[in-house]
Design a protein around this ligand. Structure first.
Ligand SMILES: *Cc1c(COP(=O)(O)O)cnc(C)c1O
Length: 432
C-alpha cells in the first residue's frame, strides 16, 4: 500500500516502522485505521471487472498498478499493512501472507505444493499439530510422508535424494523441546540437485525472525506461528508465510482465498503493532534464558539442561554457530526424580506460570510428556528425549535474577524428596 522503494535499504528495525503503512490512506492517522469491512466499493464497473481479472489470476498487474481490494476473504488493508511491515523483518523475503493461526499457514503451504501421489520429507520431532497434519490430513489424502530425526544430516540428505515424487521438505529447527538443530543450508544444497526441486520450508517459530534467517540459507518458504514471539503477549493466534518466488506467493494467496483462513483486520492491527518490538523482546528473552540455563546446569537436582550454548555434539555446535545469531529463549531440563519431581517443581514456582505455548513476555513452564507431547508414541518420545522428569521453559522479559531465584527455590523444594530416594548422591550433571 505504501511506497516501499524509498526505504528498501533501511535496516529491519527502521523499515518495520517506515514501510507498509501510508498515513494518507488512514485519514492521516499516525497508526493505521482498522478497516472492518467484508467488501469494497468499486468506482466503476470497469474497475470491478479489472479487479476480478487480477484477483483470480487471469491477468497480471501492470507496473505501478496496485493490488485491488475486492472482498476481505482474499485481501484487506490491515492484512496488506501487516504483511508489508513483516517483509523487512525476514532477511531476503520478498512477500508475506498472514493467516489466522500458525497451523493455518502451515496447512496452506503444504496443500499448495503437495497433491495426492506426492511425497514430503520432514524432521522429527515436529510441533504436535503439524505432526497431526502429516498423519491425519496428508497421509489419508494420499501423500507419502517420510520422517528423519532432527540433527541426522546424512539421513536427511539420503531421504531427500531417494524419496520418489518429492515435492516438499519441511524442517522445524530448533526442534521442540530439546533444541536439536537441522542444517538448513545443507538441506537447501541437496534440494537444489533435484529436478524438479522440492520446496524447502522452514518453521522458524523458535528463533525467527531475529536470530535465524532461513531464506538467506537457501530455504524457499519460512513459516511462523505468529502466536508466539511475533505476537509476544500470549493474547492472539496468527500465522505467517514468507518467501521470495512470486509464483509460490500467488498460488498460496489463491489457496488462502479458497480456505478463508486470512487473519482478520483487528488481529492484523494488533499484530503489526507488536512487530517493531520483536527484536527488543527476543534479545532480552534470549539473554535472560542464557543466564538462567547456564546457571541451572550446575544444580545437583538437574540431570541435563537442553540449550544451544550447552550443546556437546560438535556437529550441533557447528550448525548453531553457522545458522543462529543468538541461542534464543527456550530451554528444557531433565530433573532427577521423574514425574513427581517435575510436578512438584511446577507446583512450587511463584513467578513462572504453568502453561503451554511460548514466546510471550511472561515466563511459562510445562511438562511436555503429559501435555505438549502426550500424543507422541514411545519411539517419538525417545527421539525427542521426552522423559518423565523433563520440563520445558519459555523465558520472558522479567528480570532474570528473579526468575533464577524462583527456579532455584523450586529446586530447593524438591531436594528432600531426592535425598530420600538417594537420587541426589548419584551421578550429578555430566557437566560437573
Ligand atoms: C505453536 C506452534 C505452531 C502452531 O501455531 P498455532 O499458532 O498454534 O496454530 C507451529 N509450529 C511451532 C514450532 C509452534 O510452536
Amino acid at each position: 500500500m505504501a511506497d516501499s522503494k524509498k526505504s528498501r535499504n533501511d535496516h529491519p528495525s527502521t523499515a518495520v516502522l517506515t514501510r507498509g503503512f501510508d498515513p494518507r490512506l488512514s485519514v492521516w492517522s499516525a497508526r493505521p485505521a482498522v478497516f472492518r469491512t467484508s467488501t469494497f466499493v468499486f468506482p466503476t464497473p470497469e474497475a470491478a471487472e479489472r479487479a476480478f481479472d487480477i484477483t483470480s489470476g487471469r491477468k497480471q498487474l501492470e507496473p505501478g498498478e496496485s493490488e485491488y481490494l475486492v472482498y476481505s476473504r482474499f485481501n484487506h488493508p490491515n492484512a496488506e499493512i501487516l504483511q508489508d511491515q513483516m517483509v523487512p523483518l525476514e532477511e531476503n523475503a520478498e512477500w508475506a501472507l498472514a493467516f489466522n493461526s500458525g497451523l493455518a499457514a502451515i496447512m496452506t503451504a503444504l496443500l499448495t505444493v503437495l497433491k495426492p501421489g506426492d511425497s514430503i520429507v520432514y524432521t522429527m520431532p515436529l510441533y504436535g499439530g503439524t505432526m497431526g497434519m502429516m498423519h491425519n490430513l496428508l497421509e489419508p489424502y494420499g501423500i507419502h510422508t517420510v520422517a528423519v530425526p532432527a540433527g541426522h544430516s546424512a539421513e536427511l540428505d539420503d531421504a531427500i535424494r531417494t524419496t520418489p515424487m518429492l515435492r516438499a521438505v519441511l524442517l522445524e529447527t530448533p526442534a521442540n523441546p530439546t533444541m536439536v538443530m537441522a542444517d538448513i543450508k545443507r538441506a537447501a544444497l541437496v534440494c537444489a540437485e533435484l529436478d524438479p526441486k522440492p520446496v524447502l520450508m522452514v518453521d522458524n517459530t523458535f528463533l525467527g525472525p531475529v536470530f535465524q534467517h532461513p531464506l538467506s540459507q537457501g530455504a524457499d518458504i519460512v513459516l511462523y506461528s505468529a502466536t508466539k514471539y511475533l505476537g509476544g503477549f500470549s493474547d492472539l493466534l496468527a500465522g505467517m508465510i514468507l518467501g521470495r518466488d512470486p509464483d509460490l506467493r500467488n498460488q498460496m494467496f489463491g489457496k488462502r482465498g479458497m480456505f478463508g483462513n486470512i487473519l482478520q483486520p483487528d488481529e492484523c492491527w494488533i499484530l503489526d503493532g507488536r512487530l517493531p518490538t520483536v527484536s527488543l523482546r527476543m534479545n532480552r528473552q534470549s539473554k535472560n534464558a542464557q543466564r538462567i540455563a547456564e546457571s541451572l546446569v550446575r544444580r545437583p537436582e538437574v540431570r541435563k539442561v537442553y540449550y544451544p550454548t550447552l550443546f556437546d555434539d560438535p556437529e550441533q555446535i557447528r550448525i548453531r554457530l553457522s545458522q543462529c545469531d543468538y541461542p534464543g529463549a527456550m530451554f528444557a531440563m531433565d530433573l532427577k526424580g521423574g514425574k513427581a519431581a517435575a510436578f512438584d517443581f511446577l507446583r512450587n514456582l511463584h513467578l513462572a506460570k504453568n502453561a503451554v505455548s511460548l514466546g510471550g513476555m511472561e515466563t511459562l513452564v510445562c511438562h511436555p510428556k503429559t501435555t505438549t507431547h502426550s500424543a507422541s508414541g514411545p519411539e517419538e518420545m525417545k527421539l525427542a528425549c521426552i522423559t518423565d522428569g523433563l520440563v520445558r521453559v519459555s523465558v520472558g522479559i522479567e528480570d532474570w535474577r528473579d526468575l533464577l531465584r524462583d527456579f532455584e527455590q523450586s529446586l530447593d523444594a524438591i531436594r528432600p524428596m531426592l535425598e530420600e530416594t538417594g537420587e541426589l548422591t548419584g551421578k550429578t550433571s555430566s557437566r560437573l
